[in-house]
Design a protein around this ligand. Sequence first.
Ligand code: GP9
Ligand code: MN
Length: 685
Amino acid sequence: MANFFKRRMSWVNTRMGFFLLTIGLFWVKTYIAYQTEFTLGAKGSVQQFLLLINPLPAALLVFGIALYFRGRLAYWLMMIINVLESTWIFANVLYYREFSDFLSFGIMKGSSDVGNNLGKSLAQITHVYDFFVYVDIIVLIILLVTHVIRIDARPFKRRYAFSITVLSFGLMFAEFGMANADRSGLLTRTFDNNYIVKYLGLNEYAAFNAYQTQKESATRASANASDMKSVLKYLKQNRVSPNVSYYGKEKGKNVFVIHLESFQQFLIDYKVNGKEVTPNLNKFYHNQNTLSFDNFYNQVAQGKTSDAEMMLENSLFGLPQGSAMTTYGTQNTFQAAPAILSQQAGYTTAAFHGDVPSFWNRDNTYKSWGYQYFFSSSYYTEKSGYSVGYGLKDKIFFKQSAKYIEQLPQPFYAKLITLTNHYPYELDKKNTDFPATKTGDKTVDPYVQTAHYLDQAFGEFMTYLKKAGLYKNSMIVAYGDHYGISNNHRPAIAQLLGKSKVTNFDLAQFQKVPFMIHAAGLKGGINHTYGGEIDVLPTLLDLLGVKNTDTIQFGQDLLAKNRNQTVAFRNGNFISPTYAKIGGTVYDTRTGKALSLTTAQKKTVDKMQNHVTTELSLSDRVIYGDLLRFYTPKNFTKVDKSSFTYKYKPAMEKLAEAEKKEKTSALVKNKGKETTYKTDAPELK
Ligand code: GP9
Ligand code: MN
């Protein structure tokens, strides 16, 4: 029997055999960690498959280094590599347990205050079973030392070692190809670290993160205080004074920012088969106490939602590539709306979103922006059928948000990010009672159906606010973050707009999104000024009467009289009331006709272009160089990220304490009685 076993197992006594055994064990334990320690959200067979195989290519590459060495050394090297690799898993398991994110080199370097009090809590969160990641190594070493597995001292052919290296790269490319086919823009748009690990693996994540961190720290290190001086000089020249008939009119009110996912301006008053797609938003839009803007453009790039958020709350542009929230949200210094409002006007600040907190790196970025609370997936009850696409369906999301809103001490600043009206605009039958359009383009046609659903959810939320007594003392801001129908759908867009064909100018106009501000007593109406997402922060601060003459903002108050109405698109194109530059062509904005420019016209257009290029590049410099660390506005204190936690239990305890102390929450005002939330969501019946 023993002999039989020995013969059967003799393969482990070869170098290649031992190598494969080591890798096999490493593969299994990585996969176990994936399944038990991280919430990577692998959905569908492609993602499941990639998750299963992704530890292998990198393991072949890294462990394969040992094969280039001789005799015993090769064995010990394999063990050392295994210890290092396992420690990387171990460290990530602990970090993830606390922060629901993977370790980054920026954090490990501890260059700023992002350390998040790591050391302190480490002992508390380590479990005995975490050390299982080292078990295979111990076993292998014992087997080697006791000669149960014999070391194969024969020389190993270089070309075999080399073949393993080549194979590992080949597998990695194949893996990357499959991943990118399933989720395009995986590395360029950088959505979420969970995605990189889910698709590519922990090692690939480490490599990508090291590359990014290195790039960032290089620009960060070369930036200095004088760079900030040139930004300040520019901003000083571009500052406009607020409109006196609006300044401070909404002082002290709660603020709701309702992020209407993928919602375009053309939907307002749009009808399908004679039926309004968004009756509630239309009513809101035309309400005499709503300021509505009909020349308001989205200015996002690859970072989509995150770019919109960056502009809205910082008046800084998103980056030409990737997402500033993911790449710079954790490390950089910010002076964002939540921090300004809580510091200068005593606001409670909270964000609400029915997706995992790691998407767009919100969990870290929101701390940098000064959000005291972030209610994300773990705060919401999830049952089968409650979610579609990225997360909770809007009606359920709003309903479940209500109980947290009622607990917020007033005044508060609350941002609610909706989700259901998101590509690919899928929704179950039960929730679809609106006719699709009939362009024949499968991506485009259901868009109005999910938009209609979003509108109903919005309507229900408004009804609730009135009932809870929050409608009258709040300023309600609603905006569309970016297009829902991309420019790749020209023929369908033409049909929707009732045109025979669309020009590039039409497509630029199609980038309009709604922007509306409602408040009891506010002088409303439809305002035609040209502006965009970059202009929101100064507009809101002025309405709230929060001094912002020395804050960093690239936008201008939309209500100011002498504002610059040249709206920059992220690719350097622009639109204004007179000229629009799209691609290489200049159009007359009033007629939409392409122009061949006179010398005088050219001079004007060049001046506009210069303005756009300058503001975009200066804004980028602020983010790339982390320039806000060199400048603090008066009455502003640098945000202390470590003072926030978004973990359910401690955050709810904090909220309960604040509520008790301040006694200003809607719940307290309603004598502890929760307001019933009415929804027709079929899932809740
Ligand atoms: C995900 C959501 C979608 O949480 O905000 O982001 P998007 O794809 O629109 O950028
Ligand atoms: Mn979005």
